[in-house]
Design a protein around this ligand. Structure first.
Ligand SMILES: [Fe+2]
Length: 248
């Protein structure tokens, strides 16, 4: 049967004017995102064709895997900015922060306050898809004591929480804000992640959204976000990213 909620709409109609994507991997050769500067530009142009032109991109910082220093990240940001200018694409606005894995390296960086933030004092953090750190709530406390506000990246993707929805309430009560991956609403990561994403949205538990773009395959799937159902779910929160904009 034809369902109103299956009705699709162009992706260009989803995002409000000035929307800032706060989670992506556009900097070249620094993590598992864009490999080359050419790829960085291609991804940014594709996003721009979807109506998103403002980005705080967030390379991984992960012990033993992507040990990117703040300086290395900012150097790559400058490289991409130069290339955008060279190609007359300065309407694309780019800033950089990071997506910090909650690991031992993060603890060291936190002690040194050597962290790149979204807005004034906001940190984008993630945890392993296998399990949460045993000291998760202690870590959260340390982050807050150091004067930062944490956003947990893609809470819907931690499958070990799917049978314990109550933990999402606990995390929020303790002070995490949640960033949803927009692709979760397309089923790209699987049905159960889509379901949890929708549940979190319906309960008003999502604070921010991000594309978490790594490569072109993500951006092909991205078009599927444009449905009446998703539009309704996302409408109340898409404007929230503005709070973290480095451009206004
Ligand atoms: Fe990410």
């Amino acid at each position: 049967m034809f369902s109103l909620f299956k009705k699709s709409c162009p992706i260009t109609e989803v995002f409000p004017e000035g929307f800032v994507d706060i989670h992506s991997h556009f900097l070249p050769g620094i993590d598992d995102g864009a490999k080359t500067i050419e790829e960085s530009i291609e991804l940014l142009l594709k996003m721009s064709s979807y109506g998103i032109q403002n980005f705080t991109t967030t390379p991984h910082v992960m012990a033993g895997v992507w040990e990117n220093s703040s300086d290395a990240i900012l150097d790559k940001r400058d490289l991409v900015l130069e290339e955008l200018e060279k190609r007359d694409l300065s309407f694309i606005k780019l800033e950089a922060a990071a997506e910090y894995m909650l690991d031992e390296q993060f603890v060291e960086l936190l002690k040194k306050r050597d962290l790149l933030t979204l807005g004034e004092d906001t940190l984008l953090v993630e945890m392993s898809y296998l399990n949460a750190p045993v000291n998760l709530f202690e870590l959260l406390f340390d982050i807050q004591m150091a004067g930062y506000q944490p956003i947990l990246a893609h809470p819907e993707r931690y499958c070990f929480y799917h049978h314990n929805f109550e933990i999402f309430h606990k995390l929020k009560e303790a002070g995490f804000r949640f960033q949803l991956n927009l692709l979760s609403l397309t089923g790209y990561y699987g049905n159960s992640i889509q379901k949890i994403a929708e549940q979190l949205l319906k309960k008003g538990m999502i604070d921010f959204t991000g594309s978490d773009t790594h490569h072109m395959k993500h951006l092909e799937a991205f078009k599927k976000i444009g449905t009446e159902k998703n539009l309704k779910l996302l409408k109340p929160i898409l404007k929230n990213n503005q709070e973290l904009s480095p451009f206004s």
